[in-house]
Structures are given as C-alpha cells and as structure tokens.
Design a protein around this ligand. Structure first.
Ligand code: C5P
Length: 237
C-alpha cells in the first residue's frame, strides 16, 4: 500500500494484461493508483489485478455493478476478496442494492474497498434521459442519486468536475468525489468535452482524479505523471 494518498488514478484502458503491465512498470505506486475497467478486466480477468497488486499498486476496480441486491453485494465481496482499494456500483440500482453492498463490505473491516456510486453517465444528455423515463435535468438527477448514495452509506460518487462544485455544497465533506475528464493545460482533450485541469478539479472539491490518455499515451508516462503531481502540489493541494 502506498505510504501517501496519491490523488491520481491512472485509467489503464488496455486490451490485455501485457500492455497494462508494461504501462504499470513505467509508473510509481507511490505517485498514483490504477483503474482497471471493463475492457481490461474482461480481457485479462482478476489475475491482472493480482499482478498489479504485486507491483505495489492499489486498484480501483471500475466495473460499475448494477444488479439485484444479492448479486451486486456478492460481486462487491469478490472485489474485496481480491483486495481492491475501490469498487463502484450504479446508484440507480437503488437504496436496497447499495445498502446490501455496504453491509457486505463492512465484514471486511477497515481495509475494505471504498464503495463509490455512478450517478448519471456523462455520455447521456437531457433528451436521452427523458427517453429512459427520467424527466429531471441531468444535474438534478446527479444530485438526487448522489444524495441517495450518501444516505445508503456509500463512501462517494464518480462525477464530472462541473458537477463537483454543486455536489460538494450538498454532501458531507468526507464524501468522496472521484472525477474523470481531467486534462492538464498542455494535453490533447481527445474525445472529452467538459474537461477541467487537475488543479481546477481539486479546487471544486474533488478528492481523486481519474486520468487516462494524458499519462498512458505520453511519450514518457512516468514523467507525465510527475508533471501533473507537481502541478497539483504547486497549486497547494
Ligand atoms: O483517457 P481519459 O483521461 O479520457 O480516460 C478517462 C477514464 O475515465 C476512462 O477510463 C473513461 O472510461 C472514464 N470515464 C470518463 N467519463 C465518465 C466516466 C468514466 O471518462 N463520465
């Protein structure tokens, strides 16, 4: 486990363990955590998580579970058995689902994975939400689901930097905000639309920054990570 609490979570969006491990080899577990998502996990399975653990990294298992309470809670327990640092579920799975997950994870003690909720996928706009029967605006729906996640006992939510400011005003200080769509000033925006720099996001009350391509596709990923950590420190975070 890193001695520090690095704020950066590097998204290892690789199609297999070989590429993921090659990248991880260039990074420092004291300077970041790693996110294993659906692509890498479907390709490589739990063994890639074990290998990344053996390199000293803490892992955010980003599988966004969404199922009946019993199935979701059991999946969370398997993530805890695997020893991951963070795991997530869709908050729209409802209170009973989230509470069962919290209860299941509490059996793993203080070292249990942090459990965070996904509110509204940032790829969905207002018209698409209406199409699936949600008449609130995306912002209102994000706040409603984040408050439900908090009152169900979750440790935090995944949100955009733009949502973070509003959420911070309505949620406990200790409730974690985990935010993708981060781009250092000098980086390509890729396909991300609503972006923030690492310092802007932290100023909005974000606790952890999920950053993929600006680090994983940099010529020197270790240096790119170091630069971002320096920017954060210089800004007083
Ligand atoms: O390469 P990039 O920094 O854009 O990667 C961001 C990571 O965060 C990816 O793994 C992406 O799937 C994830 N993510 C996101 N936007 C969301 C939720 C997750 O970019 N709303």
């Amino acid at each position: 486990m890193p001695a520090s609490d690095p704020k950066i979570i590097v998204a290892l969006d690789s199609p297999g363990s070989k590429q993921a491990l090659k990248l991880a080899d260039q990074l420092d577990p004291q300077a970041c955590r790693l996110k294993v998502g659906k692509e890498l996990f479907t390709a490589a399975g739990p063994s890639v998580v074990r290998e990344l653990h053996s390199l000293g990294f803490e892992i955010f298992l980003d599988l966004k579970f969404h199922d009946i309470p019993n199935t979701t809670a059991n999946a969370c327990a398997m993530a805890a058995e695997l020893g991951v640092w963070m795991v997530n579920v869709h908050a729209s799975g409802g209170r009973a689902m989230m509470e069962r997950c919290v209860e299941e994870l509490s059996g793993f003690g203080a070292d249990r994975p942090r459990l965070v909720g996904v509110t509204v996928l940032t790829s969905l706009n207002e018209a698409e939400l209406k199409e699936v029967g949600v008449s609130r605006s995306p912002n209102e729906q994000v706040l409603l689901l984040a408050q439900l996640a908090q009152s169900s006992g979750l440790d935090g939510v995944v949100c955009s930097a733009q949502e973070a400011q509003q959420l911070r005003q309505h949620l406990d200080d200790s409730f974690l905000l985990v935010t993708p769509g981060i781009r250092p000033k000098t980086s390509d925006t890729n396909d991300q639309k609503r972006i923030a720099t690492p310092s802007e996001a932290l100023e909005s009350g974000v606790n952890y920054l999920v950053i993929g391509r600006p680090i994983t596709q940099a010529e020197n990923p270790r240096l790119a990570l170091l630069d971002i950590n320096n920017e954060i420190q210089l800004a007083g975070h």
